[in-house]
Design a protein around this ligand. Structure first.
Ligand SMILES: *[C@@H]1O[C@H](CO)[C@@H](O)[C@H](O)[C@H]1NC(C)=O
Ligand SMILES: *[C@@H]1O[C@H](CO)[C@@H](O)[C@H](O)[C@H]1NC(C)=O
Ligand SMILES: *[C@@H]1O[C@H](CO)[C@@H](O)[C@H](O)[C@H]1NC(C)=O
Ligand SMILES: *[C@@H]1O[C@H](CO)[C@@H](O)[C@H](O)[C@H]1NC(C)=O
Ligand SMILES: [Zn+2]
Ligand SMILES: [Zn+2]
Length: 458
């Protein structure tokens, strides 16, 4: 009896140890947007930062202001917080946008490169032995958004800055179009694709009439076909995501034909694409991909940014956020994302006291799901769509505890449809359908109320 118990105990121990052994973790950081003009002097004399665009900066302090891009103190604080919280990650994903939101005239090629260089330097200094998978953002170019489909000085210089992180073959494709692929940590069976989706941005005039800028789709198809043959599992990493901005109705980033091509890529290779990691929104959100029969086949994780900068995009009200960094826990063999833990800095508190990075939430706890698989993320979305308490929880996380207001009917439609539908057509259809059903619901409520009040009179 004793012996049997002992064997059972040891067996259980080894199962749980194996489970643990297969769990790895990595950091995702994005949208650091350093503003070198940020100056905080007590007494608030003169302009605090050029990225404010002359908006008032009443909350300015050592770690920044909600209308400014990041001061160096915030950049440094975020990278050191990563080191304090999880000093030895398997790798780091860094999805770009390093320069401030200022007019092109305030920057130049030199300035953009020196900003990328400083941020590269601090990441290397704090994580000297860690592999970094790094993607360019639309702000990592001069003039901004105009990333070309051919060789350029910036691609050349940046692959040189990142040479310690890149395989020789990666340096080659990066020089050609800002993208690359590698075996994940040089291991068999797992792979990373870093895409330059800035080529698909509708603000990029250089790629406007090009069918397949820098042959990136052709290349990605080849890589994924080969990966399928080799039975590899794949992560896709990029800056600008396809689909719609959840804080502004009808606002996509990609040109329509590129959005469709991206969806096709996921449809065709969803068996081996296990995760997609993007930035650009500065908010915390995710996107679902479904098969033609409607089953969840993929999830894209949009990580919140480090910059708190309140967007000037017309139609977005009070679109700032608290600075955030994020840990993904994953199965090192299957690449399944097991959990997501987001940490943040309450900027208001940091400015009046000290930089305290705290856990914001853990996905599986906050939404009571077993992991972050496509099926689980679908369940998270259903909860958000149908239960007000989950909608509100998601909405507060969306701005990293900055906007604590209530997500109303229109807000619900904006978010639910952006999360659910990446395709342009399906999104418009969702907005119509959700709008109509909420109108019907409102009508029913009014009618019931009227009927009840008649009853009361009678
Ligand atoms: C910041 O803005 C001021 C006023 O518009 C301008 O004179 C200055 O050149 C800008 N600084 C930088 C570094 O762009
Ligand atoms: C940025 O890099 C330059 C050149 O290496 C250096 O002189 C400067 O001190 C760095 N700035 C910061 C804030 O680290
Ligand atoms: C990757 O693995 C191959 C063989 O498995 C080896 O030759 C190469 O040096 C490794 N590269 C790195 C960067 O470790
Ligand atoms: C952030 O800190 C400020 C100042 O301490 C506090 O008033 C506010 O409630 C905090 N916000 C959150 C979401 O905890
Ligand atoms: Zn950005
Ligand atoms: Zn961006």
């Amino acid at each position: 009896m004793d012996y049997i118990l002992k064997v059972l105990f040891l067996a259980l121990l080894s199962i749980s140890a194996q489970g643990k052994l297969l769990t790895g973790s990595f950091w995702h950081i994005t949208d650091l947007h350093w503003d070198p003009t940020y100056k905080f002097t007590d007494g608030n004399s003169g302009s605090v930062c050029n990225s404010s665009g002359n908006r008032p900066t009443p909350q300015a302090g050592k770690y920044g202001d909600y209308v400014c891009d990041s001061p160096w103190d915030l950049i440094s604080s975020s990278v050191h917080a990563m080191k304090d919280i999880l000093p030895d990650p398997d790798f780091i994903i860094w999805t770009g946008d390093d320069t401030p939101h200022v007019p092109n005239e305030d920057l130049g090629e030199e300035e953009v490169l020196s900003i990328i260089s400083n941020i590269t330097y601090i990441i290397k200094e704090v994580f000297p032995k860690t592999k970094v998978y790094s993607a360019l953002g639309n702000h990592d170019y001069h003039p901004k958004n105009q990333l070309p489909d051919t060789q350029s000085n910036i691609y050349e210089q940046v692959q040189n800055l990142w040479k310690d992180w890149l395989d020789p073959a990666s340096r080659g494709t990066f020089k050609r179009g800002g993208y690359y692929t590698e075996k994940l940590l040089n291991q068999t069976g797992v792979r990373v694709l870093v895409l330059n989706t800035n080529l698909y941005y509708d603000q990029n005039k250089v790629t406007e009439n090009i069918k397949d800028p820098a042959d990136q789709f052709k290349w990605a198809n080849q890589v994924l076909t080969e990966a399928t043959k080799n039975k590899e599992k794949v992560y896709i990493v990029g800056h600008i995501p396809p689909g719609f901005f959840e804080k502004k109705r009808h606002k996509p980033w990609f040109r329509p034909e590129f959005n469709q091509q991206y969806m096709d890529l996921i449809q065709n290779y969803h068996n081996i694409i296990i995760g997609q990691f993007f930035g650009h929104h500065h908010t915390d959100s995710f996107r679902m991909f479904y098969s033609s029969s409607g089953s969840p086949i993929n999830a894209m994780f949009l990580s919140p940014g480090v910059t708190p900068w309140k967007t000037t995009l017309p139609g977005v009200v009070d679109g700032a956020n608290n600075p955030a960094i994020r840990v993904f826990e994953y199965n090192t063999k299957t690449l399944l994302v097991e959990d997501i833990v987001t940490y943040y800095l309450n900027l208001t508190y940091a400015n009046i006291a000290h930089a305290r990075w705290e856990k914001e939430y853990r996905l599986t706890e906050a939404f009571t799901v077993p992991d972050a698989s496509p099926a689980s993320m679908h369940q998270v979305l259903e909860q958000i769509a149908h239960e007000n308490c989950y909608l509100q929880k998601y909405y507060t996380f969306n701005s990293v505890n900055y906007d604590l207001s209530v997500c109303n009917k229109d807000c619900r439609i904006d978010h639910v449809c952006a999360l659910r539908e990446v395709s342009f057509e399906a999104y418009e259809h969702c907005v119509e359908k959700e709008g109509a059903s909420s109108t019907i619901q409102a009508l029913i409520t009014v009618n019931v109320a009227l009927a009840l009040s008649f009853w009361a009179i009678l």
